[in-house]
Design a protein around this ligand. Structure first.
Ligand SMILES: NC(=O)c1ccc[n+]([C@@H]2O[C@H](COP(=O)([O-])OP(=O)(O)OC[C@H]3O[C@@H](n4cnc5c(N)ncnc54)[C@H](OP(=O)(O)O)[C@@H]3O)[C@@H](O)[C@H]2O)c1
Length: 264
C-alpha cells in the first residue's frame, strides 16, 4: 500500500464542514482553516443574514461555494432545520465543528438555577448535532469527524484573583458545561468508533478578543507559561489535525491549545 503524503492527509477537497457560530471571534479562523484546506464550509448562525458577508470572504482554493444556514443549537427544531438546510445546500456534511456558545455572565455568587440550566443546554445542542452528523455519514457509508470546542476551563478551575474587582469570574456553569463537553467527547467516540465517526475536543486556553477588559488580560498573561494570550490562527492547525485524515486514528481526545496553561 502506498503511503499517503502529508499534503493529501490534510487535504479537505470534496469534504463539507458545518461550523456553528462560525462567524465569531474564533469561529472565523476555524472556518478559514477548513476553507483553505479545500473544504466547502457551511457557517451556522442564529441569523444567517448576518454572516453572508463573512461567508463570501472565505477562500475557495477548490472553487467551491461556501454556504450559511440559520442554526440555533439551543432550539431543537432550529438545530434540525439548520442541519437539513446544510445538507440541501451543500449536498453532504462530513465534518461538524460544534463551536457556538451562548452563555450568561453570571458567576457563582449570582447565577440562578434557571440561568445555570440554560447554559448547560449548549452541550445538549452539541450532542444532538453530533448525532445528526453520525447518522448522516453512516447512511452514506463514509467517515465523519466531529470536533467539539471545549475550553481549558473544562479541565481546570480558574484563578479567582485573575478576575477579582475587574469582571465576572469564569462562570461556574461554564466550567460544568465544558467539563461535560470533554467527557461527552470520550463517550461518543467510544460508541461511534466502529461507525468510522471520530469525535474529538479542541480546547482553547485564553484567547481574549479586543472586547476583553485589558486589566484582566494583563493578569491572564501573568498566569500563562507562555506569558501571552493565544491568537485565533493558532487553532487552525490543531483543528485541521482533528478534522482531516491526518488525525484518522485520533478519537476521544481533548487537544488543549493553551500555551501551557494546564501544564503548570
Ligand atoms: N475566546 C476564548 O478565549 C475561548 C476560550 C476557550 C474556549 N472558547 C470557546 O470557543 C468557542 C467560540 O468562542 P468565541 O470566543 O469565538 O466566542 P464568540 O465570538 O462569542 O462566538 C461564539 C459564536 O457562537 C454563536 N452562538 C451563540 N449562541 C448560539 C446558539 N444558541 N446556537 C448556535 N450558535 C450560537 C454566535 O454566532 P451567531 O451570533 O452568528 O449565532 C457567536 O458568534 C466557544 O465555544 C467558547 O466557549 C473560547
Amino acid at each position: 500500500m502506498s503511503e499517503p503524503t502529508i499534503h493529501s492527509l490534510f487535504d479537505l477537497t470534496g469534504r463539507v464542514a458545518l461550523v456553528t457560530g462560525g462567524s465569531g471571534y474564533l469561529g472565523q479562523s476555524l472556518c478559514r482553516a477548513l476553507a483553505e484546506a479545500g473544504a466547502t464550509v457551511v457557517v451556522g448562525s442564529r441569523n444567517r443574514d448576518t454572516v453572508l458577508e463573512f461567508v463570501r470572504s472565505l477562500p475557495t482554493p477548490a472553487g467551491v461555494t461556501h454556504e450559511a444556514v440559520t442554526l440555533d443549537h439551543l432550539d431543537e427544531a432550529s438545530l434540525n432545520s439548520g442541519f437539513d438546510t446544510a445538507l440541501a445546500r451543500a449536498g453532504q456534511v462530513d465534518i461538524l465543528v460544534n463551536n457556538g456558545h451562548q452563555g450568561q455572565p453570571l458567576d457563582l455568587t449570582t447565577v440562578t438555577a434557571e440561568a445555570f440550566n440554560a447554559d448547560l443546554r449548549n452541550v445538549t445542542g452539541y450532542f444532538l448535532l453530533a448525532r445528526r452528523l453520525r447518522d448522516h455519514v453512516v447512511a452514506r457509508q463514509v467517515p465523519g469527524s466531529v470536533v467539539m470546542i471545549g475550553s481549558m476551563y473544562g479541565v481546570v478551575g480558574s484563578y479567582p484573583d485573575a478576575y477579582a474587582g475587574i469582571c465576572v469570574a469564569s462562570p461556574v456553569q461554564y466550567h460544568a458545561l465544558k467539563g461535560g463537553v470533554v467527557q461527552m467527547t470520550r463517550h461518543l467516540a467510544v460508541y461511534w468508533a466502529k461507525d468510522n465517526v471520530r469525535v474529538n475536543c479542541l480546547s482553547p486556553g485564553p484567547f481574549p478578543s479586543s472586547k476583553a477588559p485589558p486589566a484582566m488580560v494583563t493578569r491572564l498573561v501573568e498566569k500563562s507559561p507562555s506569558q501571552r494570550m493565544g491568537q485565533p490562527h493558532e487553532l487552525k492547525g490543531p483543528l485541521l489535525l482533528l478534522a482531516s485524515d491526518a488525525g484518522s486514528y485520533i478519537t476521544g481526545q481533548n487537544l488543549l491549545v493553551d500555551g501551557g496553561w494546564t501544564a503548570w
